[in-house]
Design a protein around this ligand. Structure first.
Ligand code: HEM
Length: 447
């Protein structure tokens, strides 16, 4: 089967795995130069994967979605978010779960969240002191965690809420570097030898979070009989086609998935946006001019439609993929993609990075140029920060709204500057990629 895969990397599989964990961007750059935009890698015991960085091939993958298992391919995430998470489901169960989870993150509901987002942003930005450096990603993580917790639980205070916040942050900080992330990829490191072993500590924190989530579910059930318009209440009230509600186990892991997927990603993009906006003074000026025209207290939805702000966010998400590739797609039967015949059980990885750095689509891809998004519409297989097909990010509308509102709120009220000159690099953070050091900035004045 191996020789049927395209352009196979020759180096030992353990070496490929180390490099993939250590720096998946450099890995892809290197082998794209050597093999082109579709090639195969062998990652130690994890198996063979075909990286796909070609828009036609990605379009063929998205349009034949039902021919792939994607939940099954996300098995690596199971120890973190559980077997019953939407990310690990396929087929009817996946469709049912998405139908249930989509409404609270789209449409009407977003208007309600918009006001909260600006208030939360002001609360955390107020902690900044003039001329005192702060780490942009850390503040942004506080903002996005508070936003998602309010939306999911309808809560903004209380001891349990504070505990969930600090535990989640500590839990996710355990995989904040390539070395610490390796335990997610190497089963041999997944040994629970109590809280002094890294995996044991990770599992312990996860259990504590799950206990707190269970307590919140119990509370909702006794206090308001599951009625309320927060996401958890909606999930508790939903019944499947047999009239059965979700079990507590399912509820807890779905909550964990949303908390896990829904705040670090947004915080990372915000940190990169602040970085590029303050590295490019012309971008900052244009943005401020656009915001000033709206005047004091604009409607949040007016902010969300600003063309230059939108382009800045799009360009940030082009340059800085939060995931090195989309979720893996496993072929269920033999399938033809881009002229290759793939056997059943081949794992394809559409690459956000390779696609977003193609010269033919994005001239001078290393340059931050929001203008490339003005007057040009990229197709769903040319621009994929949120993935595509039946797996397209469930929280994309909330994420885009949040990113724009946070940027607008901060840039309208503060003058910021980068606190150091050296270029900030991408670094692995668990399954995601984030700015190394988190982007150090400082407030130089108020507007
Ligand atoms: C800037 C922020 C975000 C980025 C860049 C992002 C990116 C992505 C990507 C690339 C995927 C995989 C899609 C695929 O393989 O086709 C995904 C899936 C997912 N995202 Fe996001 N995401 C963001 C924010 C959020 C938020 C705020 C939430 C929660 C409210 C969320 C929840 C999810 C879920 C549940 C999935 C799995 C969907 C499924 O399996 O059907 N994400 N996201």
């Amino acid at each position: 089967m191996l020789n049927q895969l395209p352009n196979y990397i020759g180096s030992p599989s353990w070496w490929q795995l180390i490099n993939w964990i250590g720096d998946p961007i450099r890995f892809q750059q290197k082998y794209r130069q050597k093999y082109g935009d579709i090639f195969s890698m062998q990652l130690g015991g994890l198996g063979s994967f075909v990286i796909v960085g070609n828009p036609q091939a990605i379009q063929e993958i998205f349009s034949q979605d039902s021919k792939f298992d994607i939940g099954r391919a996300n098995k690596l995430a199971e120890p973190l978010i559980g077997r019953t998470s939407v990310m690990l489901l396929d087929g009817d169960r996946h469709r049912r779960e998405r139908k249930l989870l989509m409404p609270p993150f789209h449409g009407e509901k977003l208007n309600i969240y918009a006001q909260k987002i600006s208030i939360i942003t002001k609360k955390f930005a107020n902690e900044w002191q003039i001329e005192q450096p702060f780490v942009a990603r850390s503040t942004m993580q506080k903002v996005s965690l508070e936003v998602i917790l309010q939306i999911v639980f309808g809560l903004s205070e209380g001891q349990r809420y504070q505990q969930i916040k600090s535990l989640l942050t500590a839990w996710l900080d355990m995989i904040d570097s390539p070395l610490r992330s390796s335990m997610l990829f190497l089963q041999s490191l997944q040994k629970d030898w109590g809280t002094w072993s890294p995996w044991g500590r990770m599992k312990h924190r996860q259990r504590c979070i799950l206990d707190l989530l269970q307590a919140e579910i119990d509370d909702k059930r006794t206090k308001n009989n599951g009625k309320g318009d927060d996401v958890l209440s909606l999930m508790m009230a939903a019944l499947d086609e047999n009239g059965q509600p979700m079990t507590d186990e399912e509820l807890k892991y779905e909550l964990l998935t949303i908390l896990f997927a829904g705040h670090e990603t947004t915080a990372t993009i915000l940190a990169w946006a602040f970085y590029q906006i303050h590295k490019n003074s012309d971008v900052l000026e244009k943005l401020q001019r656009e915001l000033d025209i709206l005047g004091a207290n604009p409607y949040p939805m007016e902010i969300a439609q600003l063309p230059y702000l939108t382009a800045v966010v799009q360009e940030t998400m082009r340059m800085y993929p939060v995931l090195p590739t989309l979720f893996p797609r496993i072929t269920k039967s033999s399938i033809n993609i881009a002229g290759y015949q793939f056997e059943p059980d081949t794992i394809l990885l559409p690459s956000i990075y390779l696609l977003h750095y193609r010269e033919d689509l994005y001239p001078h891809p290393q340059k931050f140029q929001p203008e490339r998004f003005i007057g040009r519409q990229y197709s769903p297989s040319e621009y994929i920060p949120f993935g595509g097909g039946s797996r397209r990010c469930l929280g994309y509308a909330l994420a885009l709204l949040e990113i724009k509102l946070v940027l607008a709120t901060v840039l309208s009220n503060y003058q910021l500057a980068l606190a150091e000159d050296k270029p900030v690099k991408l670094q692995r953070r668990g399954f995601t990629l984030a700015p190394k050091g988190g982007v150090r900035m400082m407030v130089t004045g108020k507007r």
